[in-house]
Design a protein around this ligand. Structure first.
Ligand code: HEC
Ligand code: HEC
Length: 332
């Protein structure tokens, strides 16, 4: 009898130990910790180093390097004076995906390979990586799409695959993409944003948001924020929360970071309102958000599934919209 009790006790102890051991890695992965060679490095995702990571060889390595150049210097290949095709507005992917999509909280590509294909509300279809790349080409670079068999899009794909290879399937690492900014209790104010813009942004981006081309005109030293060469009104940055988030963690360039933002939260929202109230190329978006209950709270154009008007969806205050039960208020 005593021996049986001892045996049951032992089984329970072993089971508890097994559960603790088995549970640990899942929890870590959920928190988005970065695991390299089975060891946790730190809580912020770090991209592999393109110069020293030589694990891929031959054709694969060649495509990764070309994919990197296409992200960093898109205009040189695909811009108005591009060597491959003339299908975009002269901006580089890197203008918004900093350090070729590797900077923590710099709108990086850490989660791309791990989380696509995915169901996206804007199209209400399952979208793959090629589709997502072409979305930014059409909207953020106000351009045309690349054929999915082209060497260019295949190389960008290989680059994103390489960048995301340490990330577990389906997981979004901490510091991937953009953070979610805290809401203001009032509407963002373009007039206040103009004051911020003139003081903090215009020295680089120009007093008319036109940016500054480099000496030979092949790409921007400072990219435009509005006007005919900027992103169009169907782009991700045309949503106030994306703009405020990007700018808060990354602008002024190389002076601000997620840990040390330079703008106050309200200044980031106000400058977003100012920039996004300026003229820019328009895009036919009547096919976007076919299921309007999936529209994000800050989709700047109606129709909406709730009773808040276009003005409030564009500038806020957003909390009442998010708290309303009529929509799912997809935050992505
Ligand atoms: C004007 C700014 C801008 C430019 C230029 C730009 N993007 Fe984006 N991109 C964004 C924003 C903002 C998002 C996030 C949108 C969202 O979450 O709604 C995004 C998202 C993406 C994503 C999905 C990331 C994820 O984790 O889901 C991919 C892939 C992408 N962009 C590729 C590209 C490529 C390739 C180019 C160049 C051809 C490019 N982008 C140029 C602003 C830009
Ligand atoms: C010191 C110069 C500098 C200042 C000041 C600055 N930026 Fe930028 N900004 C840049 C550069 C450079 C890039 C592109 C980075 C790259 O290509 O690697 C950029 C990119 C951007 C982008 C994404 C690309 C685009 O053109 O849409 C936005 C949005 C942006 N800045 C907004 C702002 C705002 C708003 C401010 C003021 C709060 C600001 N920046 C202040 C240099 C600056």
């Amino acid at each position: 009898m005593k021996r049986n009790l001892l045996l049951i006790f032992l089984v329970i102890v072993i089971a508890v130990i097994a559960i603790v051991i088995l549970k640990k890695p899942t929890k870590k992965a959920e928190e988005g910790h970065n695991i390299a060679n089975g060891k946790e490095v730190d809580s912020t995702w770090r991209a592999p180093d393109i110069a020293t990571d030589l694990r891929e060889k031959g054709k694969e390595r060649e495509m990764i390097l070309y994919g990197h150049d296409l992200i960093a210097h898109t205009a040189k290949f695909l811009g108005p004076k591009g060597t491959v095709a003339h299908i975009s507005n002269g901006m580089n992917c890197q203008n918004c995906h900093l350090d070729a999509g590797t900077r923590p909280w710099g709108n990086n590509y850490a989660a791309v390979y791990a989380t696509y294909p995915q169901l996206r509300g804007r199209s209400n279809t399952v979208q793959n990586i090629y589709g997502r790349i072409n979305d930014c080409l059409q909207r953020s670079l106000n351009g045309k799409t690349l054929d999915t068999t082209s060497y260019e899009i295949q190389s960008i794909y290989m680059y994103m695959k390489w960048l995301g290879k340490g990330v577990a399937k389906g997981k979004k690492p901490y510091s991937a993409g953009l953070p979610k900014p805290a809401f203001l209790s009032r509407a963002a104010d373009p007039a206040k944003g103009k004051v911020v813009y003139i003081k903090v942004c215009s020295s680089c981006h120009g007093d008319k948001g036109q940016g500054l081309l480099n000496a030979d005109g092949s790409e921007y030293t400072y990219p435009p924020l509005w006007g005919q060469h900027s992103y169009n009104d169907g782009a991700g940055l045309h949503r106030l929360s994306s703009f405020a988030s990007f700018v808060s963690s990354n602008m002024p360039y190389n002076l601000a970071s997620h840990a040390h933002p330079l703008l106050k939260n309200e200044e980031a929202w106000d400058v977003a309102a100012y920039v996004n109230s300026q003229p820019r190329p328009r895009m036919d978006q009547h096919k976007d958000w076919p299921d309007i209950t999936k529209k994000p709270f800050d989709a700047p154009y109606g129709p909406y599934a709730d009773s808040f008007n276009e003005q409030q969806h564009k500038y806020g205050p957003f909390e009442p919209i998010v708290n309303a039960k009529t929509t799912k208020n997809n935050l992505k």
